[in-house]
Write a new protein. Structure first.
Length: 143
C-alpha cells in the first residue's frame, strides 16, 4: 500500500462571505476513493496474504488460502522467486465461478531448490525452503 499525504483545503477561504463550510464535507467520498485505489480487496487484485520469515536453517513462506482445495494449488520456484497460484471455485445457483489467485515472493538465493517442501492445512499453506550448508552459520573456534 502506498502512502498518501492528504491536506484538506481551507474551506473558509474558499466559501462566499457569510457561509461557513465544514472541513468534513466530502470526507467519506475521499476515504472511499483512497481505499478503492489501495490493494485491500483480495478478489480484485488477485492476491492473498503472504508472510515470509527465516531462521538459521530455513526460510518459510506462509500463505492464507481459505476455501481452496489442495489440488488447486500450484507452487513453482525459479530464479529466487517463489510463485504460488491457487484457483478458488465457488458455486452460485446452478453455475460455478472460479477465481485465480497468484503471488510471487522473492526468496533468498541460498535456498536448496531440490529440498523445498509444502504443507496445506486448515486453509494455510506453509512452504519450507531449506538453506544451503554454505549459508548456515558455523561455529569457529579461536586458537
Amino acid at each position: 500500500m502506498r502512502l498518501v499525504h492528504y491536506t484538506y483545503p481551507n474551506y473558509r477561504a474558499m466559501a462566499p462571505a457569510g457561509i461557513v463550510r465544514s472541513p468534513w464535507n466530502g470526507l467519506d467520498e475521499e476515504i472511499s476513493r483512497l481505499l478503492a485505489s489501495s490493494s485491500c480487496g483480495v478478489a480484485e487484485t488477485g492476491g492473498f496474504p503472504v508472510q515470509l520469515r527465516e531462521d538459521l536453517t530455513n526460510a518459510y513462506v506462509r500463505a492464507e488460502l481459505p476455501g481452496v482445495r489442495r489440488e488447486d494449488i500450484n507452487i513453482e520456484l525459479a530464479d529466487s522467486t517463489l510463485t504460488i497460484t491457487a484457483t478458488r471455485k465457488q458455486k452460485h445457483g446452478d453455475g460455478e465461478e472460479s477465481f485465480t489467485l497468484n503471488r510471487a515472493v522473492a526468496v533468498p538465493d541460498t535456498v536448496q531448490a531440490d529440498k523445498v517442501t509444502a504443507a496445506y492445512e486448515n486453509g494455510v499453506l506453509t512452504v519450507t525452503l531449506p538453506k544451503s550448508e554454505a549459508a548456515k552459520p558455523r561455529k569457529i573456534t579461536v586458537a
